[in-house]
Design a protein around this ligand. Structure first.
Ligand code: SF4
Length: 393
């Protein structure tokens, strides 16, 4: 099953009963009970310019410093410093009375069930499905964001549903969905929700997948990494100026995230959206691949994803497929073993080829698998171990 579903459909599909819902709302309720639509609760946080109050989906943030009045969030390199009443850059945190609160705990605005290939993860239990959740907010400001309707909004501006960590885990368990992904907007900004859900999921034997821009500080990342099984991290460019002007962030924290996940033995894949004129320079891609090879080795897959005009960056045309093919050739020539194309359905760059014998290991049709030639994590033809996480491997 794929696609956006309503809370009612979700609960029905996954067989969640009223008991589970009450459990969630009792555990974390600050406000009135009962999940209402965003429209009817709009204004509760900053009503009539009054000092903000916690609402039902608030939780005190996990990583912040305070002098009793001002607070500083420590989750991402933005390190927002907020006076009482101030809202964070990611829009999902607020200083209430000298304490920092997340406003998105248990109120996802997107819930989908996806093939794991859609994250994209091509070497992580192929053919399995994943429950994907997101809340409003992001710590970047990309003018080409594909999910800007939720990433560039405040939590009270989007339609959301109520689903606390125990309910997400229960839904996955009852539906035999083996993984939960924290994705779409920016999981770093709903860190507390992600962390608690991931911890519970691990206790239940489920896998956790982080899909992120990687703009997170080391300490919260290391704490979360203990519960992560897989990740897809955007490496949006290999140029700090491009990060600053296109994304509103910087490059080095993202590189640090990749190195941290590598050291923590979390499987990850890297995605680079090839934005014409910003992220298609051959020399830059060559340097990027050289860094990956030196710091992370040849095995982590790299996905070159096709850009389409979106949101505020609609003056550019879609990335020519030829450009993507050239970048893929550069990456392979530099020594990376698994380089994929994204957003080009039907292209050979969707398939997995053994880095030793070059035979086709996985033939994909879009996000679905048409042929599978990996046994116990090894190439069926030449028995070379294939990097990744595989059933039985
Ligand atoms: S996670 Fe949000 S509140 Fe925290 S530092 Fe980053 S942008 Fe600011």
């Amino acid at each position: 099953m794929t696609g956006l579903i309503t809370r009612k459909q979700f609960l029905k599909t996954f067989g969640i009963g009223a008991a589970a819902l009450v459990c969630g709302s009792q555990a974390y309720g600050f406000f009135s009970k009962g999940g209402k639509k965003a429209k009817s609760i709009k204004g509760h946080i900053f009503e009539n310019d009054a000092p903000p109050k916690p609402w039902k989906w608030s939780i005190e943030a996990f990583h912040y410093a305070t002098d009793g009045n001002k607070v500083q969030c420590q989750v991402c390199p933005n390190r927002c410093t907020l006076s009482p009443g101030d809202r964070s850059i990611c829009r999902s945190k607020v200083n209430i009375g000298g304490k920092l609160y997340s406003l998105v705990y248990g109120n996802p605005c997107a819930i989908h069930v996806n093939p794991i290939e859609k994250k994209p993860l091509n070497h992580f239990y192929p053919g399995t499905s994943v429950i994907s959740i997101a809340t409003a907010g992001c710590n970047f400001r990309c003018p080409n964001c594909q999910n800007w309707e939720i990433s560039q909004r405040k939590p009270e501006e989007v339609h959301f549903t109520e689903l606390f960590p125990a309910e997400v885990v229960e839904a996955a368990r009852r539906s035999d969905t083996p993984s939960i992904a924290y994705t779409y907007s920016e999981a770093v900004t709903f860190y507390e929700y992600t962390f608690d859900t991931a911890k519970l999921a691990h206790e239940e034997g489920l896998r956790n997948v982080l899909v992120s821009n990687g703009y997170i500080n080391s300490e919260p990342l290391l704490m979360l990494a203990g519960y992560l099984d897989g990740a897809n991290i955007d490496l949006k460019s290999f140029d700090d100026d491009t990060y600053r002007c296109l994304n509103g962030g910087t490059l080095y924290p993202v590189l640090n995230t990749l190195k941290t996940l590598h050291r923590a033995n979390v499987w990850f894949e890297i995605t680079t959206l090839v934005v014409p004129t910003y992220v298609d320079d051959h020399e830059m891609i060559k340097r990027m691949c050289g860094w990956i090879l030196k710091e992370l080795g040849p095995d982590y897959p790299l996905h070159f994803s096709r850009f389409f005009p979106r949101y505020k960056l609609n003056r550019l045309h879609a990335t020519p497929v030829k450009t993507l093919e050239e970048l893929r050739d550069i990456a392979l020539k530099e020594g990376l073993r698994y380089v994929y194309l994204g957003n080009v359905p039907g292209h050979d760059g969707y398939n997995t080829y053994c880095h030793n014998c070059h035979k086709t290991l996985i033939k994909r049709k879009g996000y679905y698998i048409a042929e599978f030639n990996i046994n116990d994590g090894m190439c069926k033809f030449c028995k070379t171990p294939i990097p990744g996480r595989w059933e039985g491997g």
